[in-house]
Design a protein around this ligand. Structure first.
Ligand code: FAD
Length: 437
């Protein structure tokens, strides 16, 4: 294990795409920054996601950030001097009847008002514009099309940000859990890690699903929950399409190696743990609205939480070390059903099998929007960048820029007000349809 610098300007907790993108943007502006992750860089959500870079998100205030991000994705490989697998192939939501297409017309109009170029296309128009789509069978009648959306390779992007940050002088430390944030006289003074303390006047919590657990001892609380989702990729086939698509009960994209990355787009698994009870009042309205799509699962996460509460247990002393690599199991039912649906939509690919399936825990807030910025009336020097609710991969480049702007007090890339921590205390938290495409 390498020694840590004992002091720096900014410590970032969490080496997912958000932490690494903030580190890159701070280092680029000459700030001394140390980023620490309890495990390997990008091991949690940031390398397990679908790889979609989408702009039509469920919380409309996010759209300006999403649009800025797409601008950055276009030259990200050049900026980071690394391939990121970027393809700007657009996005399709398939519709199956007049009601779907009418809803798309409405959503298209709302999206156009925010500057997104969306169009509702008939099936014939889709096939004319994207010839590979002629291979899609089934009863779909048209689609909502957003041509500027894209996709990238999650196995490349976070590591590329980390390397970019390092090139500009950031210290990136993996396998080093933070067990607490230190404070004195109302200001943060650094963090305590398993390799010793790091002193810093500014601390950014970008710890994904674990963020609220880290800030809670400072009296900084916010609701955060994770849902487990399964992803899989097929064996490679010849190029069919570069679009990302919501199909009937599943999603797909084809990567540059020809593999289809599929996900059972419908069901979300809530692993029951002790935090579920803490935050239940926040999530109940959304869970009720989306109850058709939610499955509760009682298993390892609850057991792990219970043993960590027992005095004297190693599970309590080594809380973070025992969570160094969280690798949730893929849901075999989701894999089977998704592959069947894929074969039904593309009958000429019926012989194609699954090369790999995996799962990830998507962290979310009740309004499906992140928290980005200082905590206001909380400890001075404490910043949060978390709760990206299924959009953090797409938003990573712009969220990193905005995070750095806010840490440095620079002119922010977009209006940060919708992402403020205080919205929970203010009760300004709309109930969104988490299932809506
Ligand atoms: C299955 C799935 C599909 C998704 N699909 C998409 C998609 O297509 N498009 C999209 O935009 N988004 C998608 N997302 C969401 C996206 O992946 C996340 O929003 C994004 O990766 C969040 O990044 P992050 O850096 O906040 O969190 P993470 O990637 O989870 O990183 C947090 C890091 O913090 C570290 N950490 C936690 N606690 C500590 C501690 N105490 N000490 C040190 N380090 C700590 C963790 O080890 C981890 O590496 C998906 C997510 C999943 C799981």
């Amino acid at each position: 294990m390498s020694a840590l610098d004992s002091s720096t300007d900014v410590v970032i907790i969490g080496g997912g795409i958000i932490g690494c993108s903030i580190a890159y943007n701070l280092a680029l502006r000459g700030v001394a920054v140390t980023l620490v992750d309890k495990g390997p860089i990008g091991y949690e959500q940031s390398t397990r996601n679908w790889g979609w870079v989408h702009q039509q998100v469920r919380y409309p205030h996010l759209i300006p950030l999403a649009v800025e991000s797409v601008r950055m994705w276009k030259h990200l490989a050049e900026d980071l001097e690394s391939d990121v697998g970027w393809i700007q192939g657009g996005n399709l939501s398939l519709g199956f009847d007049d009601a779907d297409l009418a809803e798309f017309e409405l959503r298209g109009e709302t999206a156009r008002n925010t500057g997104l170029e969306t169009t509702v296309l008939s099936r014939a128009q889709v096939v004319e514009m994207l010839p590979g789509m002629a291979r899609m069978k089934g009863s779909w009648t048209g689609a909502l099309h957003l041509p500027t959306d894209g996709q990238a390779d999650p196995s490349l992007v976070t590591a590329a940000f980390a390397r970019g940050a390092k090139r500009h002088g950031a210290h990136i430390v993996s396998d080093c859990a933070v067990s607490g944030i230190d404070m004195a006289g109302g200001s943060v003074t650094g963090v305590l890690t398993e390799r010793g303390p790091i002193r810093a006047p500014q601390v950014v919590v970008a710890a994904g699903a674990w963020s609220s657990r880290l800030t809670r001892p400072l009296g900084v609380e916010f609701p955060q929950r994770s849902v487990r989702a399964t992803v899989m990729r097929t064996d490679p086939v010849d190029p069919v399409t570069s679009v990302t698509a919501w199909a009937e009960g599943f999603t797909f994209r084809q990567d540059r190696a020809g593999r289809f990355v599929l996900a059972g787009g419908e069901e979300a698994i809530y692993d029951v743990d002790l935090d579920l009870f803490r935050d239940i009042r926040w999530f109940l309205p959304m869970a009720w609205k989306n109850r058709r799509w939610i499955r509760m699962s009682v298993g390892r996460p609850l057991l792990r939480d219970l043993t960590a509460r027992m005095p004297g247990m190693p599970a309590r002393r080594q809380f973070w070390q025992r969570r160094r690599k969280i690798d949730p199991p893929a849901d075999s039912k989701a894999v089977r059903e998704t592959l069947e649906r894929f074969h039904r939509l593309f009958p000429d690919l019926a012989g194609v099998g699954i090369e790999l399936a995996w799962a990830g825990n998507i962290d979310s807030t009740p309004d499906q929007a992140p928290i980005i910025g200082p905590v206001g009336r909380g400890p001075t020097g404490l910043f949060i960048a978390t709760g990206f609710s299924g959009h953090g991969f797409a938003l990573g480049p712009a969220a990193g820029r905005l995070g750095a702007d806010l840490v440095l007090g620079d002119n922010p890339l977009v209006n940060p007000h919708p992402f403020r921590y205080a919205r929970f205390a203010e009760g300004d938290v709309p109930i969104v349809d988490a299932h809506r495409r």
